[in-house]
Design a binder for this molecule. Structure first.
Ligand SMILES: [Zn+2]
Length: 199
């Protein structure tokens, strides 16, 4: 049987269909869209080609093009307060509330035994190392009030039991079960202003 599409198009469909959330049908739809708009296809491929330059900040784990991200390099961000977040999306939403002036620590996940995510998969040793090294006063848990977020918060609280740091978390305003990355800046502003002291 003759292939309906030429090889470059089939290759694009194959590559797109490997992306999360895209089955072969949507991949085909996207590829057909792009093949008829060569300028868009070039723009997209140029943007994607730059992605491998993005790496994790060696201090906080946020995405960055350099060794250190903008927050970790910023002379006016307080290094003695660290806000722990699940992922860069949550960081970006907390930052957009415009209240927090400390540094961040990105876990890249939450404890979730079901998905095989244990403490060793999260960037917790790096957090402890920062606390020891930088004279951290406060660890603010900016985690979602979901089951996985609560389990992770409890784990970190236990981990920090013998460390001379205050542990706080985002307080009222965040509805139970809501993910930080979907919260609106105003809600987060309230949650940041009235954080709850855990330890
Ligand atoms: Zn950083």
């Amino acid at each position: 049987m003759e292939a309906a599409f030429p090889e470059p198009l089939r290759r694009a469909i194959r590559a797109l269909s490997l992306l999360p959330g895209l089955g072969e049908k949507s991949a085909t739809r996207l590829a057909l869209y792009l093949v008829s708009r060569p300028e868009k296809a070039k723009e997209l491929s140029a943007a994607l080609a730059e992605l491998p330059r993005v790496k994790l900040c060696r201090e906080c784990g946020n995405f960055t093009e350099d060794e250190l991200c903008g927050f970790c390099r910023h002379p006016e961000r307080d290094p003695s307060v660290i806000c722990v977040v699940e992922d860069p999306a949550a960081l970006s939403v907390i930052e957009s509330a415009g209240i927090f002036r400390g540094r961040y620590h990105v876990l890249h996940g939450l404890l979730s035994p079901r998905d095989g995510l244990g403490p060793e998969e999260l960037r917790l040793p790096e957090l402890l190392e920062r606390i020891r090294r930088n004279g951290v006063r406060e660890v603010l848990l900016g985690l979602s009030p979901t089951a996985a977020g609560e389990a992770t918060a409890a784990y970190i609280l236990e981990l920090l039991r013998d460390y001379p740091v205050r542990v706080t978390r985002l307080a009222c305003g965040l509805a139970l079960g809501m993910e930080v990355r979907y919260a609106d800046p105003l809600t987060l502003k309230r949650a940041l202003l009235s954080r709850e002291i855990l330890k």
